[in-house]
Design a protein around this ligand. Sequence first.
Ligand code: 9YT
Length: 132
Amino acid sequence: MIVRTLQEAEKTERRVVTQNWESVRLLLKSDGMGFSLHVTTVYPGTVTPMWYRHHLEAVFCIAGEGEVETVEGARVYPVKPGTLYALDQHDKHILRAKTRMRVLCVFNPPLKGKEVHDQAGAYPLDAEEIED
Ligand code: 9YT
């Protein structure tokens, strides 16, 4: 069994910080679960275009408010505590955070640890694995 806390994990390399968001990666590929699980904080006022070409991602909002827009189809969905969105079609999308948002994210295939978005808003499949 794996037991860890957010408080412990955020003091390690599992915490990845970018300009628009930070992500504490509680489960990674090296944990052998077949998915990765992250607690992501999206900074208020940010606009983040993303396109997970190589991954499927589900996002569940725990706190804060924003909206997610599909690039193809141009639909805008409000995101607030209790909202789930799942990028089951590798959908290109834009996340706009009105306030500081905290979301739970699951990736399949699992992330390895150090991934940050490339210019297209995707994560590569060959990122470096982190060691505990
Ligand atoms: C909501 C979202 O996708 N934000 C980008 C960060 C990503 N969730 C991650 O790496 O944890």
